[in-house]
Design a protein around this ligand. Sequence first.
Ligand SMILES: [Ca+2]
Ligand SMILES: [Ca+2]
Ligand SMILES: [Ca+2]
Ligand SMILES: [Ca+2]
Length: 496
Amino acid sequence: MKPRYAPCRAIALFACAGLASADGPGEPDPAVPGQIIVRLAATADIDAFVAQCQADHPALNLGLTVVNAIGSESTYLLEFDPSGLSEAQLTQLEYDLQDGYLGTYLTWGGFAYVAQGPEGGTGNIWFFVPTNGPDLFPAQFAAATLGLNDAHLTSTGQGTVVAVLDTGIDATHPQLQGRVLAGGYNFIDNNGNTADVGNGVDDDGDGLVDELVGHGTFVASLVTLVAPDARILPVRVLNGDGVGSDWSVALGIQYAIDHGVEVINLSLSSTHESEIIEEAVERAADLGIVTVSAAGNFGTDTPQFPAVESPVLGVAAVDEQDVKASFSSYNEDLTIAAPGANANPGQPDPLHSIIGALPGGMYGMWEGTSFATALVSGGAALLRAQHPEWPNDAVSVSEIADTIEEILRETSVDIDGLNTIFADQLGEGRMDLAEAVAAGPSAPTPGDLDNDGSIGILDFLAMLADWNLTHSSADLDGDGTVGILDFLILLGNWSV
Ligand SMILES: [Ca+2]
Ligand SMILES: [Ca+2]
Ligand SMILES: [Ca+2]
Ligand SMILES: [Ca+2]
């Protein structure tokens, strides 16, 4: 493994208590103090690794403990007390995890690193929409820019599930009622409460308490603006200050995979290229799941992960004129651009802003690559709903995500002329869903699994063939398995 980290990373361990965020725009995201993530080598034993690591690093003082695992992946989270280790000892420990133990004990290893909502890392907050939020939300400029009225004649995202890995979601908001699935999970507090709430603590020490509460609700609402018949699986991987770790994000991705979602929305980023997230998004793509992530709000070409990973659709933000948002990061490895910036951001005008839901039934104006990302996740859901017959002979399961990415890219609007110094660094172009959806067939009535225009015996046989499966278009209610409830939906729509 290549040594990738400057020694200053270890210094950040001491600067922060608990989950920490970067010191400011452009600063590398720090390690999470006292946390190690490893993937065991095929023949290795976790207890033997712990014993060896403690023997080699006496300052750990027998304090290295396994606290969590993704058992199917031989991947472990370990904790230790970092207060007893000097900077040099921490640097040596990280070096050994990344290099010294490879082969015998580990496939890879390292410290856990912070991942966060881009808006939190740059102090970007929302403004209330004082009146008429419910009217302004569907009429916002992004709806016209993306061609949603035309797209919705052909697909509304029916039968798809989009996992929103974020700060939680207010499922009681009028825009989200009936669209958020039960059965999400909270990987910050390790319970089933996926509400979008804070803890009254400035967890990242930036002087703002719970500054990103509302982020997940806002993101989820924008997914439903684009794909009103998609269902949302809420997965909390960021705290109310918008901060999580690559471990919490990886657990969230695995949870979404295990619940059979079609799309995973990651409106979060890290400067740290994390093996565990990279492997998780590859597993998702292999199962036909589209993963979408934010370019970042740092206004530079410094890569933000996982947006620049190849299985991920990385999204830059543009304004109403298709000009790059000044805050949007850019990079030649991004996929596409989408609306995410407001005119007059210091005093935004609802008619020229990104509008989304906020907890408590409110609406706000906010901007950031997080929100451009949410719009692209909705777009992916529209396209996926047009093809319940996938996988088939034409598109294998591992080609589904690439195929959807290609349709979005090829139908996008070329904006290089408006962004000459960022040409080819904002993805292929700005997403155009009227064109993207027009490139495929109408999304059928739920239950028309072969998409032949009627629901009958062939669809029933297709459902039977997938009975009890997790990754199947026949999971019509999106509860993560093909079963009797799905059969009842199919029967209710029977047409021959
Ligand atoms: Ca804070
Ligand atoms: Ca907090
Ligand atoms: Ca049919
Ligand atoms: Ca089901």
